[in-house]
Design a protein around this ligand. Sequence first.
Ligand SMILES: [Zn+2]
Length: 300
Amino acid sequence: MFGVTILGNNSAVPAYDRHPTAQIVTIEDTLLLIDCGEGTQMQIAKYNVRWGKIKYILISHLHGDHYFGLIGMITSMCLLGRQDSLYVYGPSKLKEIIELQLTSADTTLPFKLFFIALEEDGLIVNENKFTVSCFATQHRIPCRGFIIKEKKKKRKINKETISNYQIPTAFYDRLKDGEDFTTAEGNIIKNEDVTLPTRPCRSYVYSADTIYDRKIAELSSGANLLYHETTYVKTMTENALLRFHSTTHQAASIALEACVDKLIIGHFSSKYEKLEVYLEEAKEVFSNTHLAIEGVTHII
Ligand SMILES: [Zn+2]
């Protein structure tokens, strides 16, 4: 399973039972928490997220609506007796903030917490089955988005055709890696004749907070799923530019330019109780747009 569960979809102030930004990305048995606004741990409990499986926490930037829930999460993990290491990624100042909060409370964690400062764009997590890389966005303070990508899976042996050839089973691993087989007589057996292709690697891009920036379209090119913030409706382009946020039309234009399969929009302004206007406007530009609704999982 590769999916994204929305835990918080609002910007700035919690409103209309909407919470500040937080999402869980599930890749098979590993969970990543992206941003951790206030109330995230309550949302985690409400939607039965498996706490113990969260291995990575990625914090995009230090505006409170993206991380004020973090110390609560870490402290609860402590109280729940977590033992597995936790890897927290974020702006370098976050390390001091966490340490100050823990030392002030005389809290000693029963697990190892590794803090990795996001100082450069590029690869930050390299797991067996996926990678995470980060990229800088243009916001009022340093901010980074994330790209989570599956690793290429090995090809499968085609059981129907392999018996037509004399290939030693010791060579099967190399066939799975895509190699051709050369017989003793020098004949080449093409890999595609004896293996089956795997599906293309899936990817998810999280834009974090950002102004309209076509670099994000470039980075998201061909992604299966893009989350792009839409703090403002389409008539508020000037406010968006001033506050370093995006509008509905801008987010949808990025999705269109990047040719992604699906767009999720979120980081809604507390000015709006109803979210339909966001969806209608974004769909004018990119039809496969969905609202980030708390508790909903988008399978990639
Ligand atoms: Zn922000």
